[in-house]
Design a protein around this ligand. Structure first.
Ligand SMILES: *[C@@H]1O[C@H](CO)[C@@H](O)[C@H](O)[C@H]1NC(C)=O
Ligand SMILES: *[C@@H]1O[C@H](CO)[C@@H](O)[C@H](O)[C@H]1NC(C)=O
Ligand SMILES: *[C@@H]1O[C@H](CO)[C@@H](O)[C@H](O)[C@H]1NC(C)=O
Ligand SMILES: *[C@@H]1O[C@H](CO)[C@@H](O)[C@H](O)[C@H]1NC(C)=O
Length: 440
């Protein structure tokens, strides 16, 4: 079977009927831990060879005839193919060296699928793909397997917390046609185990990933269990020491959610640089520009605390310094259901870019807010370009009678755009987080 998937958005979910054939299933304990939510699935296609049972007899036919060109909807292909089509060591002899599946589209997830061949079983051609609980059977020769060889000069493969049997050859990796250029290859193993995971005889050029590289590659789902970084736990140690004016966290990736994290500094605490971000129930402390950058972010239920400590800084403080450079940039900071308190007094924000955009919505503002609210910084005379607003805030700091005259009164349309689900959740990524967000 040669499967080419070139639709724009597609989910091939072959939820194998589990456990009837022991020895071949991939950890069956947990059937369907990632059931698609039916609401997001536009169509379900059943593949079965039993006459009259499914929509198509092969996955190929399901792709070719069941998925429209340029599809942008989630389609669930439910694979009920005959069990004998899959696995079992002893059918190796019938296999030929051929690609079992060629994966070509962007954003494709395979859940509990089997890819079985002798050579080139899985052609992971291009696009972003996610394989969950998958099982690949393929041997170039029947005795040993090499973790990877370089098909192109910047080949990149990482195995993380994987279980290697002794099928892995001790040297691990092969530069193939790129001997002498191994420094370009990014091959790494992190936290693997099993007899094949002994790296003492691996090729010398195998990479040791830095923490940054590891986070970049593995970051989807990074969980910080260090109690120092939990909402509402501010250790005496941290609080007592003189804080430096420094960035605590720099967030530069797209689709990142922080749940119950603390960010503490005095100046430039949270560099919300670029990408769509969601901060839920977080604590953010600082005094000068302590939430700054070009991020497209929602801060929901966050606790924002002005804190200067024993810093010798004597100028005014600003919660935000949002940078938006054109009226078409989608970025901006939206604060929903937040609480702002502390001392000394701070402005809600100052403009780092000419189209700076910050909105506070249904937030509890203590008298820590400087009555004028906002500062134009280097854009005096161009204040009409800013989108600074407050909607339905309360508390002593929400009295707007002395605010700058150019604070915006948001139209219903602007409010909907910024406060609606579509502001950062355009492609539904927040709904697909593997944790359920407890909305306040
Ligand atoms: C690793 O996989 C082998 C089978 O290949 C299995 O017997 C063993 O229990 C696994 N080890 C762990 C820690 O899961
Ligand atoms: C790894 O392999 C080396 C040599 O092959 C051996 O000396 C060493 O004990 C092994 N380490 C482990 C943890 O098995
Ligand atoms: C607003 O926040 C203050 C703490 O700054 C708190 O005491 C007060 O109860 C809050 N108000 C509401 C209505 O939640
Ligand atoms: C808001 O502030 C102004 C002047 O600072 C004051 O006169 C007014 O009573 C305040 N409004 C409320 C609702 O507290």
């Amino acid at each position: 079977m040669f499967l080419t998937i070139s639709t724009a958005l597609f989910s091939a979910i072959a939820k194998a009927e589990m456990s009837s054939e022991k020895g071949n299933t991939v950890d069956d304990q947990n059937v369907a831990p990632w059931e698609p939510t039916t609401s997001s699935i536009s169509k379900q296609i059943i593949v079965s060879q039993q006459p009259g049972y499914g929509n198509y007899a092969t996955i190929q036919a399901a792709i070719d005839q069941g998925v429209p060109e340029n599809n942008a909807q989630w389609i669930h292909i439910f694979n009920m193919m005959d069990q004998s089509m899959r696995r079992d060591e002893d059918d190796n002899k019938e296999r030929i060296q051929a690609v079992a599946a060629c994966v070509k589209g962007d954003k494709i997830a395979f859940i509990q699928c089997y890819f079985v061949s002798v050579q080139d079983a899985l052609f992971d051609f291009s696009g972003r793909h996610y394989f969950y609980k998958y099982h690949i059977q393929s041997y170039v020769d029947f005795i040993f397997a090499i973790l990877g060889r370089a098909w192109e000069p910047y080949s990149r493969v990482i195995f993380f917390q994987s279980n290697f049997s002794d099928v892995i050859v001790p040297s691990g990796w092969d530069a193939w046609n790129y001997a002498g250029q191994e420094y370009n290859l990014e091959y790494a193993e992190m936290g693997c185990y099993g007899p094949g995971a002994n790296t003492s005889q691996r090729v010398k050029w195998k990479k040791q990933l830095t923490q940054q590289q590891a986070n970049d590659l593995l970051g989807n789902g990074f969980i910080n269990s260090d109690e120092q970084n939990q909402m509402n736990i501010v250790r005496g140690l941290v609080q007592d020491q003189a804080r430096q004016r420094a960035v605590a966290v720099h967030v530069g990736g797209d689709k990142i959610a922080f749940i119950q994290c603390s960010f503490m500094s005095v100046q430039d605490t949270l560099f919300d640089d670029v990408g769509r971000h969601y901060f839920y129930n977080c604590r953010i402390e600082g005094y000068v520009d302590f939430i700054f950058g070009s991020g497209q972010s929602v801060y929901e239920g966050c606790h924002i605390i002005t804190y200067l400590g024993d810093s010798d800084y004597s100028g005014p403080g600003y919660i935000t310094a949002q940078r938006r450079n054109s009226r078409n940039d989608p970025n901006g900071f939206v604060f929903k259901h937040c609480t702002v308190e502390g001392n000394p007094k701070v402005y809600l924000g100052r403009a780092w870019g000419p189209y700076s955009r910050v909105v506070f919505f249904q937030s509890n503002l203590s008298n820590v807010i400087a009555p004028a609210g906002w500062v134009a910084w280097d854009y005096t005379g161009q204040e009409y370009k800013f989108t600074y607003g407050e909607m339905n805030c309360y508390g002593p700091g929400a009295n707007r009678s002395e605010r700058v005259k150019w604070e915006k009164h948001l139209t219903q349309q602007q409010a909907n755009d910024l406060l609606g689900n579509g502001f950062i959740n355009t492609d539904g990524w927040l709904d697909q987080l593997p944790i359920k967000l407890p909305h306040p």
